[in-house]
Design a protein around this ligand. Structure first.
Ligand SMILES: *Cc1c(COP(=O)(O)O)cnc(C)c1O
Length: 481
């Protein structure tokens, strides 16, 4: 038995969904009132647990950090088995190694998983958690998602070949990069269905939203999501902040500043939780590309949507950062009704503002930095010239943000700054080659990606077509469809 005998409960940010335990939050994803689940109170790690992290390998460290969230329900032994199974296939012994690139600037490499992006770190664990809980309950799930890039392949890799899960992943036909599409369509597993939609990413997302809104369908196929609104994904990301902060913060617990290339606010929110748990995490620097809604918010206190523009860092080409709702819930004093009103306003007008006091509390924890495509290419070139390393465009946004704010008057006085390397350079070869003249290579175990056969079903951008395809192919319904 671990030290956490009382399980953490989870509540919805909108205040009108049932309070749930870890397993139900895992399976539910989005709360039924449209809100996002957060812990009723963030668990604080005792000093001896924090001190003990220093001697642990990545998988064991993850189990230790996640124990208050999942341990009392699953049991610490099962949790340890699941984290070891999740990280064993990663392609680096340290799983999430740190490398120094400047006097006070480190890179946290989060691209050693099967799809070469940081989303593997949470999703590989999520796949195992799903399988374990479903098997225990004798249940099945159907996962449906829309992707413009990294999420789809990471989700498919996380659940491929699992007994109790089918996955249907929609991507906009002809609008996903070659590497990203092939990482999805070359997976040969009976429970994986790639759907190439005749339309844009927004069309794909609208179809997925409509399917989730159809409660009869949702219940019939046990619909679930693996996007970053699922709290278990946030939980799975806390571990690498804990690992890096433990390694660099040292025994005196100096706070470590993290610079995070941000889209949906899921990654950086995990750092916020790590800090709330008492880990030595200092200021959090949100990096934006030209889609700078978050940078504008942290500078002004007003959230205002604008049209999305395509950039060199497409996984951050986002207009509304869904996980920001979790931070906003805390800024509003955890008042679910107030939050529901703000979100309704935002939906109706495309804007909302927080009070000066709420803005001050946000900027006490978070700083932000914006980098356009020209700056991104310049940062990739600079890191290559100074260190010989190739970094991807998302990583470049983080590195520039870390340099700009890590040691400025607006940032921390001193202490290590860690920029998150969220993707392998070979995922975005064109930008890297343009900046450096060097064409980044896929790792050897993926070198034949462009020769592998692809499988995808083309469908019109139409909810009814997708719904019937799922009913005909999901194991839960196909025998009776
Ligand atoms: C998803 C993604 C991001 C953005 O992460 P969020 O959790 O959505 O803020 C950044 N970089 C890469 C490479 C990604 O795949």
């Amino acid at each position: 038995m671990g030290i956490w005998s009382a399980p953490v409960s989870y509540i919805s940010t909108r205040g009108a969904a049932p309070r749930l335990g870890f397993e139900d939050v895992l399976l539910a994803g989005l709360a039924r009132d449209g809100g996002l689940y957060v812990a009723e109170a963030w668990p604080v790690l005792p000093g001896d647990v924090k001190a003990g992290l220093a001697g642990l390998g990545y998988a064991d460290l993850t189990a230790r950090v996640l124990e208050p969230f999942a341990g009392p329900t699953l049991g610490p032994a099962v949790l340890g088995d699941l984290t070891r199974a999740a990280y064993a296939p990663f392609h680096h012994a340290a799983v999430a190694p740190l490398g120094q690139i400047d006097r006070n600037l480190w890179l946290l490499e989060l691209f050693h998983g099967p799809t070469l992006a940081f989303k593997d770190y949470a999703l590989q664990l999520l796949g195992g958690l799903f399988d374990h809980v479903l098997a225990k309950r004798g249940e099945r799930l159907t996962i449906v998602g829309a992707t413009s890039g990294d999420t789809g392949s990471a989700a498919i890799e996380a659940v491929r070949g699992r007994d109790n899960i089918d996955i249907f992943m929609l991507h906009p036909h002809g609008r996903v990069s070659d590497v990203q599409r092939r990482q999805m369509t070359t997976v040969d597993a009976a429970n994986v269905f790639n759907i190439a939609i005749d339309g844009t990413f927004d069309d794909c997302q609208d179809i997925v939203k409509a399917l989730f809104g159809d409660l009869a369908f949702r219940d019939r196929v046990h619909l679930s999501a693996v996007n970053s609104i699922n709290f278990a994904r946030i939980a799975g990301q806390i571990a690498y902040y804990a690992a890096a902060a433990t390694a660099l913060g040292g025994s005196d617990g100096r706070p470590v500043t993290f610079a995070v290339p941000t889209g949906n606010f899921g990654n950086v929110f995990a750092a916020y939780v790590a800090r709330a748990m008492g880990l030595p995490v200092g200021r959090l620097i949100v990096g934006s590309n030209a889609n700078d809604i978050l940078d504008r918010f942290f500078k002004s206190g007003a959230m205002e949507t604008r049209a999305v523009v395509p950039t060199l860092s497409p996984s951050m080409d986002i207009q509304i950062s869904s996980n920001f709702e979790r931070l906003l819930f805390d800024l509003l004093g955890r008042d679910g009704q107030a939050l529901t009103r703000v979100m309704a306003d935002f939906r109706a007008t495309g804007a909302f503002a927080v009070t000066a006091d709420q803005h001050d509390r946000a900027t006490a924890l978070f700083a932000s930095h914006r980098l356009d495509d020209a700056g991104t290419l310049a940062e990739i070139a600079r890191v290559h010239a100074e260190t010989g390393r190739l970094i991807d465009p998302h990583t470049a946004v983080a590195v520039a943000a870390g340099r700009a704010l890590g040691n400025s008057a607006d940032g921390p006085a001193d202490g290590p700054v860690v920029a998150l390397a969220t993707a392998h350079p070979a995922k975005f070869p064109d930008a890297v080659a343009k900046a450096t003249g060097v064409h980044p290579k896929l790792p050897p175990w993926l070198a034949d990606l462009h020769e592998r056969p692809e499988r995808a079903t083309p469908l019109p951008g139409d909810v009814a077509a997708v719904r019937s395809f799922i009913l005909a192919h999901a194991a839960l319904t196909r025998s009776v469809a």
